[in-house]
Each structure stands twice: as structure tokens, then as C-alpha cells.
Design a protein around this ligand. Structure first.
Ligand SMILES: [Zn+2]
Length: 106
């Protein structure tokens, strides 16, 4: 595992050291289109599959949010934790509009 502090890529507003795994997901993202949403949920699903992220809250899994599946609910909120550095993330989506929501570090 390469330490992020050696990579000069750390979020300047946040002094907390995050791990290499979190580099992929550490940016706060406003979800403005279903395309962005599906990209986020597919990345999260991969990270969960390879045991980097763990879902700690939420009724549905990111894998339930996919272009070939119906929306699981009108409003989806999920919380995740990085298994390596404990950084937590929050995903909210208003599926009623197919967009609107965010992915953020918490
Ligand atoms: Zn991490």
C-alpha cells in the first residue's frame, strides 16, 4: 500500500491522511445525471467486492442502482467506510428525478 502523503495529491482542505484506495472516491461529487450516478455506484460496488469499502448504512446496496435495474426506492441513502483508513462516505440520490444527490466524504 503506497501512502498518499508521498504522492502529493492530498486534498488541501482536509489534513486527514487518506489511503490509496480512497483516492478513487475521495472527491465530493454532485450527482447531476444518471450517468454520473451509475459510474459512482459501479466504482463503489467494485471497491466493496475487493474488500476496500464496507457499507455501514442503507437499505440497498450500490449494486441495486444500475441502468439495467428498476430504481429500488425514491430516495436512497447509503453510508460507507473505507476498510483501510476508516474514512466514511455518504451517498444520497433522489431517484424520483433520476438525478440529484451527492457523494461526499463525511
Ligand atoms: Zn481509505
Amino acid at each position: 500500500m503506497v501512502e498518499i502523503s508521498n504522492m502529493g495529491n492530498q486534498d488541501q482542505k482536509d489534513n486527514k491522511t487518506i489511503c490509496k484506495n480512497c483516492l478513487l472516491v475521495s472527491q465530493n461529487i454532485e450527482i447531476q445525471s444518471p450517468k454520473i450516478l451509475y459510474k459512482i455506484t459501479s466504482i463503489i460496488s467494485e471497491l466493496i467486492k475487493y474488500n476496500h469499502l464496507k457499507q455501514i448504512e442503507g437499505l440497498f446496496s450500490p449494486a441495486d442502482i444500475s441502468p439495467d435495474k428498476p430504481w429500488p426506492d425514491d430516495i436512497i441513502m447509503q453510508k460507507f467506510k473505507c476498510i483501510h483508513c476508516n474514512q466514511q462516505y455518504f451517498l444520497s440520490v433522489e431517484t424520483y428525478h433520476g438525478m440529484g444527490g451527492q457523494w461526499k466524504k463525511i
